[in-house]
Ligand binder design. Structure first.
Ligand code: ADP
Ligand code: ADP
Length: 240
């Protein structure tokens, strides 16, 4: 029961002498309700793959198939308008630098996402935003702007913004890289809870090996190729 599949994806940048192949025939499956980790050296194609899977960057060839209740959707066969709609409704992003709006407070960062998509009324947006701030442990920071928040708090607001529409897919680029491990672990636990409890499909790009024990699936890229997609080692059961 696969939720998102990339099939034989290739992507090149530029022409002639400056032509770079960022993805070479990459195939992968992301399962519903799972938190997956994508690792690999710098320049191996991870960001390109994230952008292709999330509908932001067109692959040179290959398909991205979203499966929903047995219905298959090839997101790169949709019209630009349909694909934008797909992204708006089904996809959440967590960017490396948080990408919060400097002028908005924490509650407004969340409300605006619901208002833009026309997902709900102002009253409902307010309620859902406050509920999410509660889940994130940020109720007391509702009226603070990014400049008044710590790195961990900003990252939690960014996560709330990605999750508030209950997207099917969430993509996170180095979500813990700017955080100490106490905050990093908290972030990963929230993503794991979102995958397991909200049935979201989450792909995290990271260099942080401390994340490995928390994930359900593990992908490793090298030189534009998918080298392995093993399950991570399971935590050892205590023995008595
Ligand atoms: P990673 O995220 O693993 O660091 P990227 O997907 O960013 O890898 O990059 C893969 C390859 O594609 C690298 O060789 C990189 O230099 C190249 N690349 C990425 N984006 C562009 C771009 N916009 N124009 C040209 N080359 C690019
Ligand atoms: P705690 O630190 O005690 O887990 P939290 O307020 O961080 O308290 O979270 C309460 C519960 O909600 C936990 O089970 C947590 O994993 C889950 N949770 C937190 N944030 C989210 C979220 N954005 N989406 C889904 N579940 C979440």
């Amino acid at each position: 029961r696969s939720m998102l599949r990339g099939l034989n994806l290739t992507r090149t940048y530029g022409e002639g002498e400056v032509r770079t192949t960022a993805l070479r025939d990459v195939t992968l499956e992301l399962q519903r309700g799972q938190l997956a980790l994508l690792m690999g050296p710098s320049g191996s194609g991870k960001s390109t793959l994230l952008a292709v899977l999330s509908g932001l960057l067109e692959p040179s060839s290959g398909q991205v198939i979203s499966e929903d209740n047995g219905r298959m959707l090839d997101i790169w066969k949709l019209s630009a308008k349909q694909r934008e709609d797909f992204r708006l409704r089904q996809v959440g992003f967590i960017f490396q630098g948080y990408n919060l709006f400097p002028a908005l407070n924490s509650r407004q960062q969340l409300e605006i996402v619901l208002r833009w998509g026309g997902v709900c009324t102002a009253r409902e947006a307010r309620k859902r935003s406050d509920d999410m701030l509660g889940l994130l442990g940020l109720s007391k920071k509702a009226t603070k702007k990014p400049a008044q928040l710590s790195g961990g708090e900003k990252q939690r607001v960014a996560i709330g913004r990605a999750l508030i529409k209950n997207p099917k897919y969430v993509f996170a680029d180095e979500p813990t890289s700017a955080l100490d491990w106490e905050n990093g672990e908290r972030v990963i636990e929230m993503l794991r809870a979102a995958a397991h409890e909200r049935d979201a499909t989450i792909l995290v790009v990271s260099h942080d090996h401390r994340i490995e024990p928390y994930v359900d699936a593990h992908f490793y890229m090298e030189d534009g190729m998918m080298r392995s997609h093993d399950r991570p080692a399971q935590p050892v059961e205590p023995t008595f």
